[in-house]
Design a protein around this ligand. Structure first.
Ligand SMILES: Cc1ncc(C[n+]2csc(CCOP(=O)(O)OP(=O)(O)O)c2C)c(N)n1
Ligand SMILES: [Mg+2]
Length: 593
């Protein structure tokens, strides 16, 4: 069939149901964006491509539906790098479309030229450049299918002079197949281990969310065994929060109950998790990983099995299918050993932790440091981070989708929210980019307009994406609610300075003259400043109402003291010792000869 290359491209997008694109307009993409409206594809024109990419990540994570990132070749595309790598470790299948400087002129002066394949080589699961205009649909179809198969970003690089060519092609078909359900012997071994376990524990990761029916299948298995279910770091929505067997997230500021329970395990079923270090490192001083337990690890990607932890049984497969097969193969009486006692232990451990969490108000100082004591004394009337989180809990709707950012206050929040459904918690993930909280929640709301959404960010991280406030108030952009923890510092890094660098604060302070609520108002949105718990609870309730009923976006600046919780990288840092010593006097050229 005769068509233009841009028609072939857009028709292939339609075949896959890709109807949302995020980026900033540029001439290199205009032949396709020109026909987006006719094709039913919405182009969300953000203020910065990094944020646009994170909107795409948030959209797909909240909906399970693929979308695309697209921008101008060169500087538009380079701005996507952080977002694409973030999506990679969030296991998000997004399509990255990178128009390329024209083949005809490349190398003749460098205007907006960049080696865009190398640029993303380490950020995508698959990448391909279109070699000939006639292959544009075939290539795009393959790239999209690879993104879905790997559940990761995939890139198509299109020399811009390949647009507006007339080609004669058949549109390619989608090739789909059933996902693997795990080796028969391995699944039987896993069922045997779990059947005879005295204290089986399940650890759900992102795979339980991504696999269709994964959480439900893990619930059935957990109930058969009366096994407590933990979730990996930042995967708080990988099991229903209201289930009696749910014991919360592992990792920094996670659930002490989860940590205490998994430390007693003799068999752990790790379902859809690569066991990244942040989900297994000590928390609250508890080194909870059960090193003597038998570990069953299930992952769709064989490369990730046994990567970080000693594994007894490895199973390559889809989380839902493997969990269901294991349940079917359980022996009679599986889980009966100590069943009643285990149930009791789970309930008492959970309630003790719930009580402890509600009573936690202040952050502790490490021996020899006193930052938190001083921070409280400096602003005695201000909310502490945990006071803010408790106030937020009071008016956060249980069905809300929330985002998180990288920062101390967001990390402190790890133990608070729980979710009864999946695809509700958008944390930045293991690439750890500051600036994720706002754009990801905007993307989520675009995908789920009928669900209340609340974004969270620290004030430093928020500054990275603050320019999106200039974009999201327009036309059909949906209303959102964003909370900014205002402590006027890059807190998470300041925490490291107090712990290992004797309070030598380099680059940790923010401008106290800046008002984010003021910026929001200047952008035609609603900015609110809250100073007490009651104000914060009330402002959030009002903001949600405004978001859902009045189409109003609210930015809540939650003024909090400068207390700081546990640092991220206790495992990776130590106090430096001066050996040669450093002096300003040595700042002079030393020329040889
Ligand atoms: C893009 C990016 N830049 C820098 C960092 C390093 N970093 C991690 S946490 C953090 C501080 C975050 O401060 P803020 O957002 O104010 O939150 P707070 O810790 O004060 O709650 C920084 C700079 C990062 N993770 N990502
Ligand atoms: Mg801060």
């Amino acid at each position: 069939m005769k068509m233009t290359t841009e028609e072939a491209f857009v028709k292939t997008l339609q075949t896959h149901g890709i109807d949302n694109a995020f980026g900033i307009i540029g001439s290199a993409m205009m032949p396709i964006s020109d026909i987006f409206p006719d094709a039913g594809i919405k182009f969300w024109d953000c203020a910065h491509e990094t944020s646009g990419g994170m909107m795409a990540d948030g959209f797909t994570r909240a909906t399970g539906k693929m979308c695309m990132m697209i921008a101008q070749n060169g500087p538009g595309i380079t701005n996507f790098v952080t977002a694409v790598k973030t999506a990679y470790w969030n296991h998000t299948p997004v399509l990255l479309v990178t128009p390329q400087a024209a083949n005809k002129t490349i190398g003749q002066g460098g205007f907006q030229e960049m080696e865009q394949m190398n640029l993303f080589a380490d950020c995508v699961a698959y990448q391909e450049e279109v070699r000939d205009p006639s292959r544009i649909a075939e290539t795009l179809n393959r790239v999209i299918m690879q993104a879905k198969r790997a559940s990761a970003p995939a890139q198509i690089n299109v020399p811009r002079d390949f647009w507006t060519q007339v080609i004669d092609v058949e549109l390619p078909m989608i090739v789909d197949f059933e996902l693997p359900q795990g080796g028969e012997v391995a699944v039987q071994n896993a069922a045997d281990l779990l059947s005879s376990a005295k204290f089986p524990v399940i650890l759900n990761g992102a795979g339980a969310v991504l696999s269709r029916g994964g959480i439900e299948a893990s619930r059935v298995l957990a109930e058969a065994l009366d096994a407590p279910v933990c979730v990996g770091y930042q995967h708080n929505d990988a099991f229903p929060g209201n289930h009696p067997l749910f014991v919360g997230p592992l990792g920094y500021n996670g659930s002490k109950a989860g940590m205490q329970l998994i430390s007693q395990a003799d068999v752990v079923l790790c379902l859809g998790t690569r066991l990244n270090p942040f989900s297994t490192l000590p928390g609250y001083g508890i080194d909870y990983w059960p090193t003597d337990a038998k570990i069953i690890q299930v992952d769709i990607n064989p490369d990730r099995i046994g990567l970080t932890k000693k594994v007894t049984v490895g199973i390559v497969g889809d989380a839902a299918k493997v969990a269901t097969s294991i349940t079917e193969k359980l022996a009679d009486g599986a889980g009966d050993t100590n069943r009643a006692e285990r149930r009791n232990t789970i309930a008492t451990t959970k309630s003790a932790w719930a009580q402890e969490l509600t009573s936690m108000t202040d952050e502790q100082d490490d021996p020899g440091t006193d930052w938190n004591v001083r921070a409280r004394a400096a602003k005695p009337d201000w909310m502490s981070p945990r006071m803010a989180w408790r106030a937020i809990q009071k008016s956060l709707p249980v069905e809300a989708i929330i985002s998180s950012d990288i920062g101390n206050n967001c990390a402190i929040g790890n133990a608070y929210p729980s979710f009864n459904e999946s695809r509700k918690y958008l944390a930045p993930g293991l690439f750890g980019p500051c600036g994720y909280g706002l754009p990801s929640i905007v993307g989520a709301k675009i995908g789920k307009p009928d669900v209340p959404v609340v974004g969270f960010a620290g004030d430093g991280a928020f500054g990275i994406s603050v320019n999106e406030l200039t974009a999201i108030g327009r036309g059909d952009w949906p209303a959102i609610t964003q909370i900014v923890f205002r402590n006027y510092q890059w807190g998470a890094e300041k925490r490291n300075s107090t712990l290992w660098f004797d309070d030598n604060f380099v680059g940790t302070e923010l401008d106290e003259e800046v008002s984010y609520a003021g910026i929001a108002n200047a952008c035609g949105l609603k900015g609110v400043v809250t100073r007490t718990q009651d104000e914060l609870t009330a402002a959030l309730a009002q903001a949600i109402k405004d978001q859902m009923e009045n189409g109003v976006t609210t930015l809540i600046e939650a003024m909090i003291n400068q207390e700081l919780g546990d640092p991220f990288r206790r495992d990776a840092m130590k106090k430096p010792v001066a050996v040669a010593g450093i002096s300003k006097d040595d700042m002079r050229p030393q020329v040889a000869g």
